[in-house]
Design a protein around this ligand. Sequence first.
Ligand SMILES: Nc1ncnc2c1ncn2[C@@H]1O[C@H](COP(=O)(O)OP(=O)(O)O)[C@@H](O)[C@H]1O
Ligand SMILES: [Mg+2]
Length: 483
Amino acid sequence: MRDDLFRHVQGLSFRFHSQTTTGQLMSRATNDLFTISELAHHGPEDVVISLVRIIGSAAILWHMNGLLALTLFGILPFMFLFAYRYSLKVKDALKRNNERIGDINAQLEDSLSGIRVVQSFTGEALETAKFRDANRSFLESRKRSYLAEALLFNGLTSFMSFMNIAVVVAGAVLISQERLQLTELITFLLYMNTITDPVKRLVNFTQFLQNGIAGFERFVELLQVKPDIADAEDAVELERVRGCVEFCGVGFQYDEGGPYVFRNMNLSVQPGEYVALVGSSGVGKTTLCQLIPRFYDATEGDIFIDGANIRNVTLKSLRSHIGIVQQDVYLFAGTIRDNILYGKPDASEEEVIAAAKHAHAHEFIMSLPNGFDTYVGQRGIKLSGGQKQRISIARVFLKNPAVLIFDEATSALDNESERAVQESLERLASQRTTFVIAHRLSTIRNADRIVVITEQGIAEEGTHEQLLERDGEYAKLYRLQFR
Ligand SMILES: Nc1ncnc2c1ncn2[C@@H]1O[C@H](COP(=O)(O)OP(=O)(O)O)[C@@H](O)[C@H]1O
Ligand SMILES: [Mg+2]
C-alpha cells in the first residue's frame, strides 16, 4: 500500500504539490499506514479468538441455565449498539489526530529545511513557537480522542458490571421462587467471566479497528486524487523530435476563475533556434516554459511539438525530449556520479565523463578528493552554486534532449562561474531548440530571436540589433541595464 501511495503521489501534478505540504504526505505514507499494519497484525487473531470463545461460552451458559443466559444475552445487543456508536466517535477523533500529526510533520519539515535561514535570522524562538502550536493542537486533539476512548471503554465496563448485577438479581428472583439453587447461580456467575474476557478483547480490537479505518480512509482519500495531468487515452509516443515548438493562442491561469497570467500567446520556434524570453519579473516567462513539458496544461489554446499536440502524446516521451536547467538546482543526496547519471541511468562511465567535460565540470570534480564519488549532501549543500549548476548541466547533456529550457540558469552565480556556466550552456544549446530566460541582457545578445513579453502578451520580437533599432520595450530595458 505504501508503494502504491508513493507511486500515486509521484504522478500528481505540480498543481497538487504546490497545494500540499511534504510533511502531510510523509505523515500519510508512514504514520497512517502504520495503523493499518497494526490492525492487520493483531486484528484477525483477536477476532477469531474472541468469537470462538464467545460462541463457546454462550453455548455452555445456555446449557447451564437458559433463563439466566437470556438475561445476559438480552443486554448484549445494547452493549454492541453502544460500542458501535461510540467507536465511530473514537474513529473521528483518531482521524483528527492523524491530521494533527501531519501538521507536526509539515511544520518540522518546513523549519528544518530552512534551518540555515532560521539560524541566520536567529529565528529559533519563532520556529519553536510555531512548532509548539502544532504540537499543542495535536495534544488537544489527542485529549479529545482519549476522552472518546475513555467513554467507550468505561461504558463497556459498565455494561459488563450491569450484566453481573442483572444476573444476580434474576438469580435471586429465581431462587426465591425455588426454581434455582444457590450453587447453580454461583457456578453461573463464575463461568460468566469466560464470556466477559473475550468481549473485553473484542472491545480492545475496536480500538485497532477504528485506528486502522481512520488511516485507511486517509489512504483512500489521497489515492482518489486524480492526477490532473495524465496521458490521454489514445496518447502516442513522441519519437525522434526535431524541435519545432509552436504556441497557438495559448492562455493560462493558475486557478480556475483566477487572473490570466497571459492570453492569446502565439509563438513559433524552428528546430535549433535559440530564443530568449525577456520581460519584467512576474510577467509569466517561467510559467510559459512550464507549459511545454506539461507541468501545467494550458487553459486555452494548444502547444505543438513537431506538429504533434502535446496533449496527445505520452508525458514520459514528451518530457524525455525536454531538458531544463533552472536557477535553483536540485541535487539528490548521493554522489556526483549518481546525480549526473540521473540524466540517463544506464549511461557508461565514458559517457558520464564526456558529459562532465562538456559541462566544464570535469576539472573541478577531479580536484575533489573522491572525484565522481564525492558525496554532495542533501540538495547538494556541499557544493558551490556554480559547481551545482554545472553538474545539473552535465545531467542534461547525458539526457540529450531536443528542446532545452534555461530558466535564469546563471542568475544566481558570480561573474566567474557565470562565464564558465554560460559557456557550457552554449555548448549544450548548439543544434537544439533552446528557450532562454535571463535577466542579464548581456547573456542573450547573440540569441537568434529575442521575444519581449509584457502583460499584454508578446510586445515585440527580433534580433538584438533589430530591437534596438525599433527603440521599443527591449531598447528601454537594455538602456536601463547599461546606463
Ligand atoms: N504555483 C503558482 N500558483 C499561482 N500563481 C503563480 C504560481 N507560480 C507563479 N504564479 C504567478 O504567476 C505569475 C507569473 O510568474 P512567473 O511565470 O514565475 O514569472 P516570471 O518567470 O516571468 O518572473 C506571477 O504573478 C506569479 O505570482
Ligand atoms: Mg521566472
